[in-house]
Ligand binder design. Structure first.
Ligand SMILES: [Zn+2]
Length: 266
């Protein structure tokens, strides 16, 4: 059976409160050997503690914590300290994120987004954690901040749910980052993105669901879940004229190279 990794999901949220264990079991049954759950939301609401708790409960689930661009205006010394403490206390925290810039929604003022992004990149560096980067309609600012802050940083990170240009992807790879594709790679209107994915080297790529959003074809219109990551693997395999198994294997190796999870699976 195919074995693959969902490198970015959000299964700690209320969308899964009714059936989280079934979702996790279905992922296992579909060959998802590991997943990275990303804690996002108001830093004061316990979302980061919740993400760590879920990862502590399951050998094969790791977590990333960090303040999402929408919530940048809520970032303060208290959030900063609690995040650092959690990252230091739990070996389940394997990355800092998702952090970055979102100029599509502008839920936080852009200047604050940029400051908080820079600050968190510096914390990640201090903690020696790779970063999970979210960039929407902000590619040139994202890259220029990453160039400033991640210069010569050997832990790198990932541009998650990539939706940018080939040039953007190549700039990120030059900085030591991986590029991760989500279910939107399979969308009918995804020709431009598929064109980008086709031209990138597989040894710099990851796959993800970013669930509960971005349900891939042919499951559009339903809630997404980690088991569906196989659809993105198949699409990527098709673009590179490879077997889905091979893409699954390569992207899994890339995941392990990037996040270096410290606990072996039982
Ligand atoms: Zn996400």
């Amino acid at each position: 059976m195919i074995q693959l990794i969902d490198s970015h999901c959000h299964i700690d949220g209320p969308e899964y409160d009714e059936d989280r264990n079934e979702v996790i079991a279905r992922a296992r049954d579909s060959g998802v050997t590991r997943m990275l759950n990303v804690g996002t939301g108001d830093p004061r609401s316990g979302v980061f503690e919740r993400a760590v708790e879920l990862a502590e409960k399951h050998d094969h689930i790791y977590c990333a914590i960090g303040v999402y661009p929408h919530d940048a205006k809520l970032f303060d010394d208290d959030a900063d300290q609690r995040l650092i403490d959690l990252a230091k206390q739990s070996t389940r925290v394997v990355a800092w994120g998702e952090i970055g810039l979102d100029y599509h929604y502008d839920h936080s003022p852009r200047e604050i987004q940029r400051d908080v992004f820079r600050w968190q990149l510096r914390i990640a560096r201090e903690l020696n954690l790779p970063v999970v980067v979210h960039s929407r309609e902000a590619d040139s600012d994202t890259i220029s901040i990453l160039r400033d802050e991640l210069n010569d940083y050997d832990r790198g990170g990932v541009m998650h749910c990539f939706g940018g240009s080939l040039e953007m992807a190549r700039s990120a790879i030059d900085l030591g980052l991986f590029i991760s594709f989500a279910g939107n790679l399979t969308f009918k209107k995804g020709d431009d993105l598929r064109d980008v994915a086709r031209q990138l080297p597989l040894d710099r790529l990851l796959i993800e669901t970013d669930c509960a959003y971005l349900t891939p074809v042919p499951f559009r219109g339903r809630r997404n879940e980690p088991a569906r990551v196989v659809e993105t693997a198949k699409c990527l395999a098709n673009l590179h004229s490879k077997d889905p198994d091979e893409v699954a294997r390569i992207t899994s190796e890339n995941f392990m190279t990037l996040f270096r999870p410290r606990v072996a699976l039982h």
